[in-house]
Design a binder for this molecule. Structure first.
Ligand SMILES: Cc1ncc(COP(=O)(O)O)c(C=O)c1O
Length: 421
């Protein structure tokens, strides 16, 4: 464990409840004022803020280690390579993967899904085959499948949701047919916070011999994830949503699947030998990492995961559950507010609308009080359509948010009402 992570652990104490004020001190951006008010950052599902440990890791890398990886024989290159590969091992441990070679660094969840669509699914799909997703998906877990369906003549099928925003899992068995080649499902919905029964879905798909990709973009900063316990075949997430840098993300895939997949892109580092006649590809995971990777990003991501691990995902989950319960009842008590989504299992997100007020107006007005929320369709247009709304306002929480910030949002929503009274 790194020094900074050890310091966090000492500050909160093993087994103790989360000391949110201590955690907040680790995030320098939270100290600022916006429009003369203390920043209340409730847009964590879009991206999370960065702890000092991550900022320091980036500065340290560029100050003391910067060099390209895997190619140099000089000292700096060896150090950069060692740090980059250590970062891969950190991700492996964080996800509970069996070995570092099952971890592919990509730009983010979006690129991970596209990689699987093109390098895994495309070769296996024939006209009439099916890819099964759900109504809860982010566009990045819809569009890559539509593209590969267009390329192959396969069809997209969709697991429905009920009015609470939960998957109708009972329909899964009838949707899983003998033409289903892959299931791709979100772990935690970015629009509603619904936590899907991923383990059960994987088990049912596997019973029919169908592999499963899990989109963990909204899960890894809120819940402990163990890919081997889930038994999913692929798992993707983005560094920037788990307190790491932008531009770096992870694709986990079971070794035999990765071994059987052709490269996604060609270029340097993904080869073992090249002639004009033929190229032999590198072993996994390098075969999928063409060109110079985001070295600093991977190192920053590892620092973020070390940070989360030191604070403790169980502790984070418990803190956010309290916050979510409080926010749910507090916001529901604001006259004119209607919550959208009421799944029994939810994480860290409250979506809502207000009578006769467009969500963009809500977002603009609460910003005057220093409160940052997201408004719009949240890249989930089919889900919005199913729920009968064009857009919602969304407050999304992270480890550093407090009940006082929920109160600040509720007070700002009262101001919205006054403006439209
Ligand atoms: C559930 C979900 N999946 C995928 C993505 C795409 O993540 P990125 O844009 O970092 O690739 C997001 C981003 O909001 C998301 O919330």
């Amino acid at each position: 464990m790194r020094g900074s992570s050890a310091a966090v652990l000492r500050a909160v104490g093993p087994g103790a409840a989360l000391d949110v004020e201590r955690v907040r001190r680790d995030f320098p951006i939270l100290r600022q004022h916006v429009r003369g008010k203390p920043l209340v950052y409730l847009d964590n599902a879009a991206t999370t803020q960065k702890p000092q440990a991550v900022i320091d890791a980036l500065v340290r890398f560029y100050t003391t280690e910067n060099a390209n990886v895997h190619r140099g024989v000089h000292q700096l290159s060896e150090r950069a390579t060692a740090s980059f590969e250590r970062a891969r091992s950190t991700v492996q441990r964080f996800l509970g993967a069996g070995e570092p070679s099952e971890i592919v660094f990509v730009r983010g969840a979006t690129e991970g899904i596209n990689l699987v669509a093109q390098s895994f699914a495309r070769l296996r799909l024939a006209p009439g085959d099916e890819v099964l997703i759900s109504t809860l998906e982010h566009h990045s877990n819809i569009v890559p499948w539509q593209m590969v369906c267009q390329q192959t003549g396969a069809r997209l099928k969709v697991i429905p949701v009920n009015d609470r925003g939960e998957l109708v899992v009972e329909e899964l068995d009838s949707l899983l047919g003998n033409r289903t080649r892959l299931v791709s499902i979100v772990h935690v919905s970015n629009a509603l916070g619904t936590v899907n029964p991923v383990r059960e879905i994987v088990a049912r798909a596997h019973a029919r011999g169908v592999p499963v990709l899990v989109d963990g973009a909204q899960a890894v900063s809120h819940l402990p994830v163990d890919v081997r316990a889930l038994d999913c075949d692929f798992y993707v997430f983005s560094g920037h949503k788990v307190f790491g840098p932008t531009g770096i993300g992870v694709l986990y895939a079971k070794r035999p699947l990765l071994e059987a997949m052709p490269p996604y892109q060609g270029g340097g580092d993904m080869i073992s030998s090249v002639t004009f006649e033929r190229t032999d590809y590198n072993r996994i995971p390098y075969r999928f990492e063409a060109g110079t990777p985001d070295i600093a990003g991977a190192i920053g991501l590892a620092a973020a995961l070390d940070y989360v691990t030191a604070v403790g995902l169980d502790r984070i989950h418990a803190h956010e559950r309290n916050l979510l319960d409080y926010a749910t009842s507090r916001l529901a008590s604001v006259p004119g507010v209607r919550l959208v989504g009421a799944a029994a299992e939810r994480a860290a997100i409250v979506s809502f609308v207000m009578d006769g007020i467009h969500p963009h107006d809500i977002g603009t007005i609460v910003d005057r009080d220093g409160v940052a929320i997201r408004t719009g369709h949240h890249c989930c247009q089919p889900l919005m359509h199913r729920l009968g709304v064009d857009a919602t306002a969304r407050a999304s929480f992270a480890v550093y948010n407090t009940a006082a910030e929920v109160d600040a949002l509720a007070a700002a929503l009262e101001h919205v009402r006054e403006v439209f009274a």
